[in-house]
Design a protein around this ligand. Structure first.
Ligand code: NAP
Length: 474
């Protein structure tokens, strides 16, 4: 086992629960066992919903919720390196990116605390209609109820934070099902919640068989909202099966970028080289498709490819590693097969290959739009760079996908920037910044197959509450 190997139990109703069965968490880099976690299923998920429903019977006032959230942010700060090491070991995320993720989780809790204190309804101008004369109207925001949260492996700390922190800010107890490959970060965060004084039942963590736990969250009527981040097939099927609940989906993308001929190519290539390959491309907004206006195409590649080749591939625990492993062997084989399919389909491999079994950042040029690396989500260290005749063509090809999470444009023309912001059919558009950019207070979420919600505490808290109208006859 690794030096930090750890053993964790489930958290249900404030108690650490063993099941007699264990899940192993292994380093994607070395294969070493980094920890083991009690394995639950439907029975534990039901107990967790019971505990959450009981917690809801004793609501926590907003100031108390805010205090707890602020304390969690402080505790992450105090144990920052431990949180980062946990992310690094179980996800194989380079330590510098893992440290950034731990800092972002602090930010997520801090913003959620602000929302807890601000949460309020609004006045309704009743006498704006004749029927409302003599009446006073306002809304109050009530917690929606028990929240079921399902999180992915790629941001095992901050994406868990984006579910737990707004739910608690909204006054909703949570049953969390973290990704099986990265359970330790979620359970560490849960420990910090308890240390911060969160009463029993407000956060329950059930690791184990995903379909069983998911079924309980879908079928139990006390779970009023499911917040899911992960792949589309699973997410949309949950939404279909839980038709009477709010099912909030944060799903994948095949992130495009438009580079206009007038762009600052030094700035564009620097940002794109770093952002196409951070965490080996395993971010839902990792840059995947770059469309460069033809006059700038050669100059773009002359700058871009050397920057990509400078990225250091290796042990995620090393401070200077930029690109580590992908999450597992299955993912590695799939990505390698997609690269091979592109090569066989006529794409030029400008740089790529493998180092000690790790996929190197791969740049493919002149790739047909119907190949998997163009039209599916690669979720690996691969970027496609194609020339286009115009910004309009770039926008059209960027939109030629079922996905719609974030997209970007690089240009020095305000007109082009605004045209792209208007024409790109995505939940967010970045200008002169890679669309991999996210800060934790902004509204973040996709359209089309990429989802149906916005995360960011201010938005998530509203999703997790219901407005009740009060009308008073004066
Ligand atoms: P995934 O395989 O869909 O898993 C996500 C979560 O769903 C895991 O906790 C998984 O549990 C659980 N799950 C699997 N089967 C389930 C079922 N039948 N019922 C209920 N839950 C089930 O996704 P991933 O590989 O972890 O993450 C990669 C995907 O997430 C990519 O598509 C990426 O784009 C997307 N993503 C989106 C965002 C965003 O904000 N839009 C952010 C990050 C990632 P197990 O681990 O136990 O299988």
């Amino acid at each position: 086992m690794a030096a930090t190997a750890t053993e964790r139990k489930l958290l249900i109703g404030g108690e650490r629960v063993e099941t007699g069965d264990w899940l192993e968490v292994r380093s994607p880099y070395s294969g070493e066992l980094v920890g083991r976690v009690a394995k639950g299923g439907a029975a534990e998920a039901r107990r967790a919903v019971d505990a959450a429903a009981r917690a809801l019977e004793s609501p926590l006032p907003a100031h108390r919720r805010a205090e707890i959230l602020v304390k969690v942010a402080g505790l992450i700060g105090r144990r920052h390196e431990e949180v980062a090491r946990t992310i690094c070991e179980e996800a194989g995320k380079p330590i510098k990116a893992a440290r950034a993720e731990a800092s972002r989780a602090m930010s997520t809790y801090t913003f959620a605390a602000v929302e807890a204190r601000k949460l309020a309804g609004e006045m309704v101008p009743m006498d704006a209609a004749q029927a409302g004369e003599g009446k006073l109207g306002f809304t109050v925001r009530k917690p929606i109820g028990v929240v079921g949260a399902i999180s992915p492996f790629n941001f095992p700390c901050n994406l868990v934070a984006h579910k737990i922190a707004p739910a608690l800010a909204a006054g909703c107890p949570v049953v969390l099902k973290p990704a099986s490959q990265t359970l330790l970060s979620a359970l560490l965060l849960a420990e910090l919640e308890l240390e911060a004084g969160l009463p029993a039942g407000w956060l329950n963590v059930v690791a184990g068989t995903a379909s069983e736990i998911g079924d309980v969250l879908v079928e139990d009527e006390r779970v009023k909202l499911i917040t899911f981040t992960g792949s589309g097939d699973i997410g949309w099927s949950l939404a279909q099966r839980a038709a009477r609940k709010r099912v909030k989906l944060e799903l994948g993308n095949s992130t495009p970028v438009v580079v206009a001929a007038d762009a600052d190519l030094d700035a564009a290539t620097a940002r794109l080289a770093a952002n196409a390959f951070s965490f080996a491309g395993q971010s839902c907004i990792s840059v995947q498709r770059i469309y460069v206006e033809r006059p700038a195409y050669d100059a773009f590649l002359e700058r871009f490819v050397p920057l990509v080749e400078e990225l250091k591939v290796g042990d995620p625990a090393d401070d200077d590693t930029d690109v580590g492993p992908v999450i597992d062997e299955h993912a590695r084989e799939r990505i390698a097969a997609w690269i091979e399919e592109a090569r066989a389909g006529g794409a030029k491999v400008l740089t790529g290959g493998e180092t000690n079994g790790l996929l190197r950042p791969t740049v493919l040029a002149q790739v047909a739009d119907d190949l998997k690396v163009s039209c599916d989500e690669v979720f690996g260290p691969v970027v496609v760079v194609n020339p286009v005749a115009s910004v309009d063509e770039a926008i059209e090809r960027a939109n030629g996908t079922r996905y719609g999470l974030q997209a970007g444009v690089f240009t020095t023309s305000l007109d082009t920037a605004l045209r792209a912001a208007d024409g790109l059919e995505f939940g967010g558009v970045t200008v002169n910044e890679a669309p991999t950019f996210r800060s934790d207070q902004m509204p973040y979420g996709g359209v089309k197959a990429s989802g149906n919600t916005k995360e960011g505490p201010a938005w998530a808290v509203r999703e997790m509450t219901e407005e009740r109208l009060v009308v008073i006859q004066r």
